[in-house]
Design a protein around this ligand. Sequence first.
Ligand code: F6P
Length: 455
Amino acid sequence: MSRLVVVSNRVALPGENRAGGLAVALHAALSERGGLWFGWSGRTVRDASGELREHRDGDIRYVTVDLDRADVDGYYNGFSNRTLWPLLHFRLDLVDYDRATREGYRRVNALFADKLAPMLREDDTVWVHDYHLIPLASMLRARGIGCRIGFFLHVPVPSADLLMAMPDHQRLMSTLYAYDLLGFQTRRDRDRFQSYVRLYGGGRAVGEDLLEAPDGRRFRIGAFPISIDTRHIAHQAAAATAKPAVRELRASLRQRLLAIGVDRLDYSKGLPERFHGFERYLRRHPDQRGTMTYLQIAPITRGEVGEYQQLRSQLEQIAGHINGGHAEPEWTPLRYVNRNFPHATLTGFYRSARVGLVTPLRDGMNLVAKEYVAAQDPQDPGVLVLSLLAGAAQEMTTALLVNPHDLDGVADAIAGAAAMPLGQRRERWQAMMEHLLRHDVHAWRHDYLHALESC
Ligand code: F6P
């Protein structure tokens, strides 16, 4: 087995809270075969010397590099999160395109290529992750790297007509042709990418899952839906019910049902719509009045980006409005919390919740949906209310699927979940759990790496 080299924007160093699905999955892949994980340290420094920091954990080497303020603003806050993120989540209205941030993005990708190239061996397998690093393979190839390089996009691919609205789209998108395998979350993402290549990217399909770039270079594409460590989460959730934080949450409910949402504070997650949907539930279903508490955990991310700051104030305003209009002296319908919790505690929270609310406006996959299912008590499982616009909806087909823009539909799904008889809850849950046991994160990385290594 060749050495695995993972490259991603953030690197989860040993001992850090590996709450993100990406971190869990990649750590598992690296610990199995040994290797190197390279990326940004997450630190913004005054004078970035380009010096590498190195940590070791058994057979895994972690190498990170600091960035200076101009690079973080151009590459991370700018082009990655104000241009590509909204574009890839179908939000052309929020795209801010700027040649200066595009240059920052190019500069940081070139820095990554400069630092990484000398560490690579002929027979390495390199696996690059996500929209921050689209041009990395082409830059490594320009530095003489010939080994296998794969890319996995964690976020959605929008339709070809949205992609081509980005100025200079071809210049960026054609750098993807330097990879050997492009992995997407769902079949639909894969298909939309293929349409883009055919319509605006100058390439063509030459076989099932095989595309050809204008210069004749061939590369594979495929759908590899990311998943979770299902068995681990099921055990973790069962054990977590003894944790003080979980017991205190349960006691605080005073026999009321719990609905839970856990999302980064991001506009793609549809939080304002979800809050309004919950208020609609309170109004439309007076028979259930006072029987449910909704806990929304929404840790702040990308707090330096304007759209995220605006979203935060908007949510504070809506939460205040809902509680002001509906709370009783002894009951607060919505508990809105901006802090993060240890992953194990979250699984205990999921298990305590009759309703899991996962209603993004767009999401590549959404691992909270899968974790919520895996964390349930098989004897008394809760109900997942899931957006049709999340990649997870392609697999979690026995969830209550909703359109997050349809507030009445969301409200009725919450009420339906709260009232659902045990037999039906079990049936729906079992179907999803069986799927997750077969298609867990280990199957995901094996499938991807097998496909990459057979290129
Ligand atoms: O969903 C895309 C993604 O890159 C995830 O893989 C990751 O957990 C998340 O966004 C992190 O965002 P950030 O590092 O910008 O907080």
